[in-house]
Design a protein around this ligand. Structure first.
Ligand code: PMV
Length: 318
């Protein structure tokens, strides 16, 4: 039997952004990492049914793109999720429009690619009459992540599909995290964009050249992540802040920091933040800084003065 034709209904869905609290890069090599959703920054997708025979047209106005699914290149990031989804369900290309928009900065370590993929998967599943299942949505978005860089750990689309804090080990089911006290985090954009693919392959090349040193760095970061899980559970924000700083020192050693990130980290610490580090692939993108609630304004101002292009606040509740 060939693929089944299925009419679309109108549907819409969204997906959060994310920040990695600790453990980026080493997570690619099997070490644990901790990530939280950023629910206030979202990607959204809409499906509208269209005339019979038009096929599926995908539109991403934020990046000025419009493509017909049938004509999209095999590695077109906009086409990957719809193709994988239709194939999984044995469905022929439906007729209509799939539009995506995102509030998340692109190539900045906040999971913009994964958020767009998750929102698309959810909207299309709904439009085809399915209830989006978190594991399926995560698996579909993982196909898109593989395009962004060849060997993703899977942490981005996992935390976004689950939209809750996760303790993540590559290839394993995410574990939820106990949070003992509210956690206030500021996210600051350096305004420098960086390719995750380039950053991950740079680490790989350096790790291949000096495996012993890099394995030691990765293992040490893994230990910091375990300590951070404890600190989160007991609500020990001071300890967690110190762990951010220690993780940052190791990320610097891995060669993924950037002078513009360093300037933001110094500014946050001088303004009294409990700890600060880059988040995501680095080389640009965003930093995160852990603060006491009454420090928010001072640290935000310090970050803006030090050149942050945007600052967002997020709070993790117990
Ligand atoms: O896509 P980003 O910039 O959030 O980085 C992903 C995190 C890495 O650990 C650097 C890569 C990965 O696949 O986990």
């Amino acid at each position: 039997m060939g693929p089944v034709l299925c009419a679309l209904s109108a549907a819409e869905a969204s997906a959060s952004g994310k920040v990695i609290l600790l453990g980026e890069h080493s997570v690619v090599y099997g070490q644990p990492a901790i990530a939280i959703p950023v629910s206030t920054l979202r990607a959204r997708a809409w499906v509208k049914p269209g005339p019979v025979g038009m096929g599926l047209q995908i539109e991403a106005p934020d990046v000025n793109r419009r493509v017909r699914l049938a004509e999209a290149a095999a590695d077109d990031p906009l086409a990957v999720v719809p193709r994988a989804l239709l194939q999984r369900h044995g469905l022929a290309e439906p007729d209509g429009w799939l539009t995506v928009r995102s509030e998340l900065p692109i190539a900045a370590g906040l999971g913009s690619g994964a958020a767009v993929a998750v929102a698309m998967a959810r909207a299309l599943l709904l439009a085809l009459g399915h209830t989006p299942d978190v594991d399926e949505v995560s698996a579909l978005a993982f196909e898109a992540e593989k395009l962004h860089h060849g060997t993703p750990s899977g942490i981005d689309q996992t935390v976004i599909a689950w939209e809750r804090p996760v303790f993540f080990v590559r290839g394993e089911r995410p574990q939820s995290i106990a949070v003992g006290a509210p956690l206030d985090v500021l996210i600051a954009n350096s305004g420098v964009s960086a390719s995750t693919r380039a950053m991950v392959s740079g680490v790989r090349a350096r790790a291949q050249a000096d495996p012993e040193t890099y394995q030691r760095y990765f293992a040490r970061i893994g230990e910091l992540v375990l300590a951070a899980r404890e600190a989160l559970a007991t609500g020990d924000v001071r300890r967690l802040g110190a762990l951010f700083d220690q993780n940052q020192a190791l990320l610097q050693a891995l060669g993924v920091s950037h002078p513009r990130l360093e300037a933001l980290l110094v500014a946050a610490r001088q303004a009294g933040a409990l700890g600060a580090k880059l988040t995501g692939a680095g080389g640009g993108g965003n930093i995160i800084t852990l603060i006491e609630p009454d420090q928010a304004e001072a640290v935000r101002n310090a970050l803006l003065q030090a050149g942050a292009s945007q600052v967002w606040a997020t709070r993790l509740e117990p």
